[in-house]
Design a protein around this ligand. Sequence first.
Ligand code: GLA
Length: 411
Amino acid sequence: MSLPAVLLLALVAPVLALENGLLRTPPMGWLAWERFRCNINCEEDPKNCISEKLFMEMADRLAQDGWRDLGYIYLNIDDCWSSGRDAQGRLVPDSKRFPHGISFLADYAHSLGLKLGIYGDLGNFTCMGYAGTTLDKVGQDAETFAEWKVDMLKLDGCYSTQEEQALGYPKMAAALNATGRPIAFSCSWPAYEGGLPPKVNYSLLANICNLWRNYADIQDSWESVLSILDWFVKYQDVLQPAAGPGHWNDPDMLLIGNFGLSFEQAQSQMALWTVLAAPLFMSTDLRTISPQNMGILQNPLMIKINQDPLGIQGRRILKDKSHIEVFLRPLANEAYALVFFSRRTDMPFRYGTSLAQLGLSSAKVYEAQNVYTGNIISGLQDKTNFTVTVNPSGVVMWYLYPVRKRAQSQD
Ligand code: GLA
C-alpha cells in the first residue's frame, strides 16, 4: 500500500465501522467455489454447473438433512454467476443459468430458513473474468445486493490496485451499512496484501469486515490444508488476537466430502478449523456426501465448540519432538478445546502428557469428552498422567471442562 492510501485508510476506517451486529460466532454454511469452481457448462454437466438449480438443490439438502438446524445456514454463491451489467449499470445474473434471478434464489433460501450469500470483486473483473465492482460502482452494487435480499457478500480483490482496495473495502462496508439491510461482509483484502502487518492492519479490518481471507486459496489436497495451517500457526501471534465476535480470520473452505482427504485428514481439518474459530463453509456435494463425512461435519459437540460465545481463536501451544502438536482454545465456562494433532506418517502414536505439562495447572478436577468418540475421561487433575493415541495425520480432540475443585486433602 502506498503511503497516501495508508493515511487515507487510517482516517476513514474508524468512521466507517461496519457495526452490523452480525456473525457474533463464525458463520456456517455452504460455499460453491472449492467443489464446483467456474463450471458453467450446463449443457453437458447440468447437475454440477453454477446455476440456480445447483443452489436450490443445495438449499434443499441444507434444510432437509439436518445441516440448517445445526447452524449451517449460509448458502453462498461464488464467482461466475453474472453476465455483466444492464443499461443502467446494474449487475445481472446469467439469464440461462439463473433464469429467475438472484432475488428468487434469496426468497427460496429464506423460505427454508437459510441465508443467501453472493460474490463480487472489487476491481475491473472477478478472478474468473466476470464483471467486477470498480470504485464508482460500489454504492450501486451494494444497493443491488440489498434489493435482491442478499445476506452476505464475499468481495474478492482480483484486478485492482492496493490503493483501490484501500479505498474500496471501507467504501463497500459503508455502502452495505447505508442500504439498511444487514449484510455480512467477507473481505479478501488481506489475502491480497500478504496477510500480515504492517501492510494489513487487523484492528482497522475488524471495523470493516465480518470475516476475511488471510492467505492462499484452499485446494483439494492434504498438502494444501497443511500449508494453510502452517501459515496460520507461524503467524498466530498476529492472527489470534485479530479474531473475535463479529470479525473472524478465514482459512478458507472445508474440503470434507471431496476427493483429497483421507478420513483422518478430514477429521483433522474439522478439528483444527474449529479450534481456530474459523468459519465453517463446506464446499462439497451435499446430494452425495457419505454418512461418514456427514458425521464429521455434523458433530454437535464440534459445532458447539466452533460456535463458542467467547469467540476466542485457539493457538498451537506445543510442538513435541514426537511430531505431535497440541492446540488449545479457551471456551466459555472455563472449558477448553484441546486438539492433539499428529504430523507422523508411520502408525498410531501413544502420546503421554498431563494438563500441567500443557500449561493447564489448576486446583480443579476436569472431565474430558473425546469429541469424535464421545468417550469421557473423569477425574483429571493437573498432574494426572494420561495417554492419547493419535493416528497418522489425525487428531484426538477433547472438550475439557471443570467439574469441581480438588479436595483440600488431595492438594
Ligand atoms: C479467488 C478466491 C476464491 C474464489 C475465486 C473465484 O481465487 O480467493 O475463493 O472466490 O477467486 O474466482
